[in-house]
Ligand binder design. Structure first.
Ligand code: NAD
Length: 280
């Protein structure tokens, strides 16, 4: 019998990495409204704890803030122990930690002159590694650690990765972030196949353009008006606006719930039409 609500999410132990960030907070709020048990995992423990306390009070759920670095397996193992003791075995993992950094960003969109400075040839390789690792290994390692609980269980497990528009077509200036997010889509498909016999579904969603701390410097000026790049994004988004964090919630609930029980290995854009528009 088909389930017509998200009530199967009630009491599901759900880990959200980067859960204290802008998109993470929106995801946590949606899951709290469905009465999931939340482990908000973040580098910033204060923010994670504050959000857990707030959601606990507002929704009467169990929620904890947990400190961990998604790039450090030992810290993830410690976090898992804490989560298992406080909430039980993990049912759902959402890999939300990620982002871009100015050091992995070229200054120019195209090499219109032979000036090397600010071009691809001038990229800081450490900056490149940092962004690539945060977005790829920062999903790989938490998946290795947290989704182990889903193996050999009768209960179905769910893994949800956060991709980006860059996975379909790279945006200028941010090659590390683009390559890493493309690898997230590839990894999602690979892992979906690998874990299907274990009843674990693996999907991703690709947010379009949401203004958050990691991209504010690229799309808005200090006075709050759009940069040229911000305006280009607007022009490329048929719905004519940046996304609000809450716009992500319905897709998260759909992919986490049994409502999508035969869906695995896909990436859903949540982008106001950006991905479908040719620009002309
Ligand atoms: P954000 O900067 O608001 O949140 C990121 C969170 O991750 C922060 O709370 C930060 O403390 C945490 N974090 C960073 N490094 C970490 C680490 N090593 N270990 C643990 N936690 C860490 O960013 P956001 O915009 O909410 O981004 C969330 C996800 O959505 C990212 O994967 C991002 O790439 C993706 N995304 C965002 C947009 C957008 O427009 N904002 C678009 C596409 C994809």
């Amino acid at each position: 019998m088909m389930n017509y609500s998200f009530n199967d999410l009630s009491n599901k132990v759900t880990v959200i990495t980067g859960g204290a960030g802008v998109i993470g907070k929106s995801i946590c709020t949606a899951l709290a409204a469905c009465k999931a048990k939340l482990a908000i995992v973040d580098l910033n423990l204060d923010n994670a704890k504050a959000l857990a306390d707030q959601l606990q009070e507002e929704h009467g759920i169990e929620a904890i803030g947990v400190a961990a670095n998604v790039l450090n397996k030992e810290s993830l193992n410690t976090a898992k122990k804490e989560i298992n003791e406080a909430l039980g075995s993990i049912d759902i993992l959402i890999n939300g930690a990620g982002g871009n950094h100015p050091k992995a960003t070229t200054q120019v969109e195209q090499m219109v002159s032979d000036e090397l400075e600010g071009s691809f040839f001038d990229l800081d390789t450490e900056g490149f590694d940092f962004v690539f690792d945060l977005n790829f290994k920062g999903t790989l390692l938490p998946t290795m650690v947290f989704s182990k609980d889903m193996i050999g269980k009768e209960n179905k497990g769910v893994i949800l990765n956060i991709s980006s528009m860059n996975a379909f077509k790279p945006l200028t200036k941010i090659p590390a972030y683009s390559a890493a997010k493309a690898s997230i889509n590839n990894f999602t498909e690979w892992l979906a196949t690998h874990l299907a016999p274990q009843n674990v579904r693996v999907n991703s969603l690709a947010p379009g353009f949401f203004i958050t701390d990691q991209n504010r410097f690229l799309v808005t000026k200090e006075d709050g008006s759009f940069t040229e790049r911000g305006q280009k994004i607007m022009n490329g988004t048929p719905m004519g606006k940046f996304g609000e964090p809450d716009d992500i919630q319905g897709t998260v609930l759909y992919l986490c719930s049994d409502i999508s029980s035969f869906v695995t290995g896909i990436c859903i854009p949540v982008d106001g039409g950006y991905n479908c528009f040719s620009g002309v």
